[in-house]
Unconditional design. Structure first.
Length: 221
């Protein structure tokens, strides 16, 4: 998919779709994973700091909105579209406008935007909490990519908590007095929807089914 910038260069994006299913196998939503094609990366190596990518991210959001509106064969009505966003991006007002525009486009398709929030920085968190409420007021939901630490005790305001399958297995092996299992059940009882991502095989899926996970995401798109 091509999108020309005002500098006359072409930005190339590849969009991948990863399904998120409920316990019974019904579709909960899809995560849109985007990447810049290797040809572009070769000419402009990725810098280390995320702010250097912010203009590219804005273009990607605009391209995604156009792609969704042009797709007349949308089969995802009444589902949710998950999109990963670095927490630092929420400090940019144009990113916020682009996310609001994407959410509006999705509502016309009877879909809901779910932002998967990354970066577990306490310093950034204090500056982005009001932005999360602003986006929630516009009908956008939030998912926190969790680690097994204090984040799962303070995860508000989030609709979904996402855990990685490998990290779950490691945490269960290291847990004391069933603390990880208890915290997962506590989070579920508090109303959070728990997503287990990185499902590689039937064994990973069985572990998730034995725990209070509401949705599952396979490694394969």
């Amino acid at each position: 998919m091509n999108r020309k910038s005002d500098a006359g260069k072409t930005c190339l994006y590849h969009f991948g779709v990863s399904h998120i299913v409920e316990r019974k196998g019904t579709l909960c939503g899809v995560e849109i994973k985007s990447s810049w094609l290797e040809g572009q990366l070769a000419s402009r190596p990725l810098p280390q700091h995320y702010l250097a990518h912010i203009n590219e991210y804005k273009r990607m959001l605009a391209t995604l909105s156009i792609r969704l509106e042009q797709d007349s064969n949308n089969s995802l009505h009444n589902t949710q579209l998950f999109l990963a966003v670095e927490r630092i991006f929420l400090l940019d007002s144009e990113i916020i406008k682009a996310l609001l525009a994407l959410a509006t486009a999705l509502r016309r398709l009877e879909m809901t935007l779910v932002i998967i929030l990354k970066n577990h920085s306490d310093e950034l968190s204090q500056y982005t909490s009001h932005i999360k409420y602003l986006l929630r007021d516009a009908g956008i939901k939030f998912c926190l990519a969790c680690k097994f630490d204090s984040n799962i005790k303070t995860a508000y305001p989030f609709d979904f908590l996402m855990f990685d399958s490998k990290n779950l297995q490691i945490a269960i092996e290291k847990q004391q007095d069933n603390e990880i299992v208890d915290s997962l059940f506590t989070m579920r009882e508090r109303g959070f929807s728990l997503i287990l991502s990185g499902i590689a095989d039937a064994a990973d899926y069985s572990v998730g089914l034995a725990l209070p996970f509401t949705c599952f995401q396979s490694v394969k798109a």
